[in-house]
Ligand binder design. Structure first.
Ligand code: ADP
Ligand code: MG
Length: 287
């Protein structure tokens, strides 16, 4: 549930009254982390951008954040300025069981935010994992030793519903779904819900849907506005009040290897991710 809506506030982009999200409490003790899979089987919908910027915005509130790159394309690692092609070790070695996760962790430019990087080598893991015992739990086992060091772990992964994705869902407490407002998005969410339900039933019964996040949103386009309102009709409070606007600042920030909230802190995109962090924390508090 979202935090108590302040009904006196004006209508937000989703067509509902925009609640005011309070300042989150300062944490004295840290961990164990809530693990959140940032998931959509479609590419280019803002998964990596959301992982980096929500992570950075949560870190601003003193949350200790770990980002895990589970995409063989390594866009998250590149987006944080790492030289993904020349990593000595990566998430692949951790999944393979050769290396402890703490030996792969890298600090980022953002205080309180670390990353487990990945690169193309990870694409071999999908096949290799098939022969493992309890292959769906490999990631969960691999990150378990560091969960007490963090408050939030965000897992970014590839646009597919394969074994790496099932590993990410099995390791997670909840799923955050970034999506673009187009008609096929609704069908995509239904497919994803099927996968979540299967993982819940067979592998990880605590898994819940955190919320649906409209990204790359252009309020000028009637079509997008209609789809957003339809999304709210179908999925109700699962749709975040916060909407991420479409802005050229995001591709620029990615090239710069820094989160937009640092690259262009006053831009509408940075403000949106900061608000998302408050909304997400309010939801978690209300659970
Ligand atoms: P995914 O991880 O789902 O494939 P990305 O986060 O990599 O998606 O985003 C795909 C592309 O869209 C990137 O070039 C990114 O910079 C750009 N992008 C992401 N969010 C926005 C936005 N709100 N406005 C404009 N461009 C965006
Ligand atoms: Mg990505």
């Amino acid at each position: 549930m979202p935090s108590t809506p302040d009904t006196s506030s004006s209508e937000g982009p989703t067509g509902r009254p925009m609640p005011k999200f309070g300042v989150p409490e300062i944490l004295v003790d840290h961990g164990p982390a809530r693990v959140v899979a940032v998931c959509n089987q479609k590419g280019g919908v803002g998964k990596t951008t959301t992982t980096i910027n929500l992570g950075a915005a949560l870190a601003e509130h003193g949350r200790r954040v770990l980002l895990v790159d589970m995409d063989p394309q390594g866009s998250l690692s590149v987006g944080l300025g790492l030289d993904a092609h020349n990593l000595e070790t990566s998430i692949y070695d951790v999944l393979h069981g050769d290396t402890h996760v703490t030996d792969v962790l890298e600090r980022t430019e953002v205080e309180n935010m670390d990353v487990v990087p990945s690169n193309i080598v990870l694409s071999a893991a999908e096949l290799q994992l098939v022969n493992e015992v309890a292959r769906e739990q490999t990631l969960s086992r691999a990150i378990a030793p560091v969960l007490t060091d963090y408050d939030v772990v965000l897992i970014d992964y590839q646009p597919a519903l394969g074994l790496l994705t099932v590993n990410a869902l099995t390791a997670s407490n909840s799923v955050l779904v970034p999506l673009e407002c187009e008609y096929f998005a609704l069908r995509g969410v239904a497919l994803l819900q099927d996968t979540i339900a299967k993982v819940q039933e067979r592998l990880n019964e605590r898994l819940v849907l955190d919320g649906l996040l409209a990204t790359r949103y252009d309020a000028q386009t009637i079509h997008r506005r209609e789809v957003l309102h339809r999304l709210v009709e179908v999925f109700g409070d699962s749709v975040y009040h916060t909407v991420i606007p479409r802005t050229v600042r995001f591709p620029e920030a990615t090239t710069g290897g820094v989160p937009i909230i640092d690259y262009a802190p006053r831009s509408p995109g940075a403000r949106a991710y900061r608000q998302l962090a408050l909304e997400v924390l309010a939801r978690w508090d209300a659970e």
